[in-house]
Design a protein around this ligand. Structure first.
Ligand SMILES: *Cc1c(COP(=O)(O)O)cnc(C)c1O
Length: 373
């Protein structure tokens, strides 16, 4: 039986029938934008993150764009982030007219290397966007200390880390603004696009809310230039039902990770993810590394086991960012990870015996690899 990398079909029949009922209600009432469902979701997601405010928006990329805009970042500014992330992190910086300034990752956690942060700050630097990659929080305390010392804003890219904890606090409220995506594959995913910004500042929340709704102050009265970036009612209704189960889903992801750890700990051809002592990891993806990735992925394919590479090319080497003139070798840890990393199946409905079978295949493969070195 084939095992997918990720399962998007809703297997829980209770959840499915609750979703069906909500969708029917929305279609019957024919109100599609805004309303109580969106408001309630905002309150519930803020509470999930540990308090503060939540502004639902159209997607995670917009969450980043709107946060940058609301914090006054634009042309002439530089924003620090990592080159080893999904393109959207850098794209948001470019879309507001600023320029990304990359800092390499720590090779163990894949998150921003805080030891390299301060020397990357220049006279144009206005903000830092650490990414909580694969579900593990970046080391926020030193990032915030350095940011405050240099009067910089901090925006968390928490698009892969709903419910992850840094020193027992959930991500999203550890900085000026936290950006989330509810793209279907994320730990909390809708049936389409969705996103949110979390913040402890009521002023910033209001500003983002206004920007996301055409800069309007009242109907057909526009105070500032904004855009259309709303979470629609159908997505909000679905996300509310899934949010109720998110702690359980994240716990299950952590259990699956434990099974991988236990069964692969002696596998000589694979290195397992490193969990920082300050982190509660929520395993958006379970990524491992190998110098023989291509051979391993070929075998996984032949065994019907899903896998994927996140990410095969760091952002500074993407054609879209060629104008930055950052040659190969500029960020060695990001480049090394790109060549070695691959993801194994990870989703809450994955059964224990499926995880064990994946490990068995990988362990058999390791013996074979050792012979053909
Ligand atoms: C998914 C993702 C985004 C963008 O979210 P969308 O909802 O797809 O726009 C941004 N950053 C990271 C790290 C992501 O994984």
């Amino acid at each position: 039986m084939a095992i997918p990398l990720i399962e998007l079909k809703i297997k829980d029949q209770n959840l499915r029938s609750e979703i069906d009922a909500e969708i029917k209600k929305i279609l019957d009432n024919a109100g599609y934008i805004g309303g109580e469902q969106v408001q309630k979701f905002a309150e519930e997601f803020a509470a999930f993150c540990g308090g503060g405010h939540c502004v639902p928006v159209a997607n995670g990329t917009d969450a980043l764009i709107l946060s940058l805009k609301a914090l006054g970042i634009g042309p002439g500014d530089e924003v620090i982030t990592v080159p080893f992330t999904f393109i959207a992190t850098a794209e948001a910086i470019s879309i507001v007219g600023a320029v990304p300034k990359f800092v390499d990752i720590d090779p163990k956690s894949y998150n921003l290397d805080v030891n390299l942060l301060e020397r990357a700050i220049g006279p144009k630097t206005r903000a830092i966007i650490p990414v909580h990659l694969f579900g593990q929080p970046a080391d926020m305390d030193p990032i915030m200390t350095i940011a405050r010392k240099h009067d910089l804003k901090v925006i968390e890219d928490a698009c892969q880390a709903h419910g992850a904890e840094y020193k027992n606090k959930r991500v999203g409220l550890l900085s000026d603004a936290g950006c989330f995506s509810f793209y279907p594959t994320k730990n909390l995913g809708g049936a389409g696009d969705g996103g949110a910004v979390t913040t402890s500042s009521p002023v910033l929340a209001k500003k983002i809310e206004q920007l996301a709704n055409h800069g309007r102050a009242a109907q057909y009265f526009h105070e500032i230039i904004g855009l259309n970036s709303r979470l629609d009612r159908m997505q909000a209704a679905i996300l509310r039902l899934k949010l109720k189960r998110l702690n359980k889903f994240n716990e299950r992801r952590r259990q699956i990770a434990e099974i991988y750890f236990k069964n692969l700990r002696n596998n000589p051809s694979i290195s397992l993810p490193h969990i920082d002592s300050f982190a509660k990891h929520v395993f958006h993806l379970f990524c491992v590394e190998s110098s023989r990735r291509e051979e391993i992925m070929k075998l996984l394919k032949s065994e019907g086991i899903g896998h994927g590479v996140y990410y095969p090319l760091p952002i500074h080497l993407q054609p879209a960012y060629a104008f930055l003139n950052l040659p190969k070798g500029s960020f060695p840890m990001s480049e090394r990870a790109s060549q070695r990393i691959f993801a194994l199946p990870m989703f809450p409905e994955l059964a224990n015996d499926q995880v064990e079978r994946i490990c068995e295949v990988l362990n058999k493969m390791a013996l074979q690899l050792a012979k053909t070195k």
